[in-house]
Design a protein around this ligand. Structure first.
Ligand SMILES: [Zn+2]
Ligand SMILES: [Zn+2]
Length: 286
């Protein structure tokens, strides 16, 4: 059972999930073949993972049933076998029982397998594949934000061992938590206190700056003036919108196009390749 622990005195939290240390890793063997027969995420190996909670096939959303697994899928969402969290209601422990603040690690942790084909990368995706992936992001976020007790949903994609990815078959992850991380709470408070929308202001200014990397009719990608990481890139919609769930299909298509452009540029940049990892994050409050 994982735990959500509070910092000794700061308003900061961490998840302690010792089971995740048992995850398999295929980086050690440095497999490069386009087909890896024992890869659990490859099409045809559905029986090596838990039943899919949402399996996208030919535009339809299906779910795997016990003994009947959907094959020939385009995108497959499955519970993380080495989950950092457990989908049970949170029970606050008796304060007498623990010296420090602990909360049961309630929440959801899902893996989104973006393609059945081993070695296929987001940067190679067709327009249809990219649109489907962003649609899946939107629908899975909407599903989890409506669950009881969930206050925050985070979508992220780690590429490369140093970013924390343990399997190299292309996949994203979703975590739904019963707490809003304090850094996001501070951001939310600052936005509510501002006179206009700070993000619209950023889009307006950065789309005319030397830091602009890419723009299409619905989104901009730029290296932020305030960067916390090397090669940090922000992708923002041009239109004011307060949630991924409120984006139209056309907005999602254009955001997907910008993500694909940035990932492709990072994958061909010799400097970025030396970094050997990419983390893509989408922050969403429930
Ligand atoms: Zn694979
Ligand atoms: Zn705005």
């Amino acid at each position: 059972m994982s735990e959500i622990r509070k910092h000794y005195f700061l308003d900061e939290y961490c998840i302690i999930a010792s089971e995740r240390g048992k995850r398999p890793s295929d980086f050690a063997s440095k497999k490069t073949a386009s087909v890896v027969s024992d890869c659990v995420f490859c099409g045809g190996n559905e029986n090596k993972t838990p039943p899919g909670t949402a399996v996208y096939k030919d535009g339809e959303v299906l779910a795997d049933k016990e003994g009947s697994l959907v094959t020939g899928w385009d995108v497959r969402c499955i519970p993380n076998l080495f989950s950092a969290l457990s989908p049970k209601p949170a029970i606050l422990p008796d304060p007498e029982a623990s010296q420090w603040s602990i909360q049961e690690g309630f929440g959801y942790h899902e893996v989104i397998v973006e393609s059945p084909i081993h070695g296929r990368m987001i940067s190679d995706f067709s327009d249809n594949e990219m649109s489907l992936l962003i649609r899946v992001y939107k629908e899975r976020v909407s599903h989890y934000r409506s669950q009881d007790g969930i206050k925050y949903v985070s979508l992220f994609k780690n590429w490369g061992e140093r970013a924390g990815a343990s399997l190299d078959h292309t996949h994203s992850q979703l975590i739904a938590l019963p707490i809003l991380p304090p850094s996001l709470k501070r951001e939310q408070d600052a936005i509510h206190a501002a006179s206009g929308c700070p993000y619209c202001d950023i889009v307006e200014k950065e789309s005319r700056s030397v830091r602009l990397l890419y723009e299409n009719s619905g989104a901009v990608a730029f290296c932020p003036h305030f960067s916390m990481n090397p090669f940090e890139v922000w992708i923002l919609p041009k239109q004011h919108v307060n949630h991924l769930a409120n984006c139209t299909d056309e907005m999602l298509r254009l955001i997907g196009d910008a993500i694909r452009f940035v990932v492709k540029r990072l994958s061909i940049s010799s400097l970025a390749r030396r970094m050997d990892f990419v983390t893509l994050s989408v922050y969403v409050t429930a």
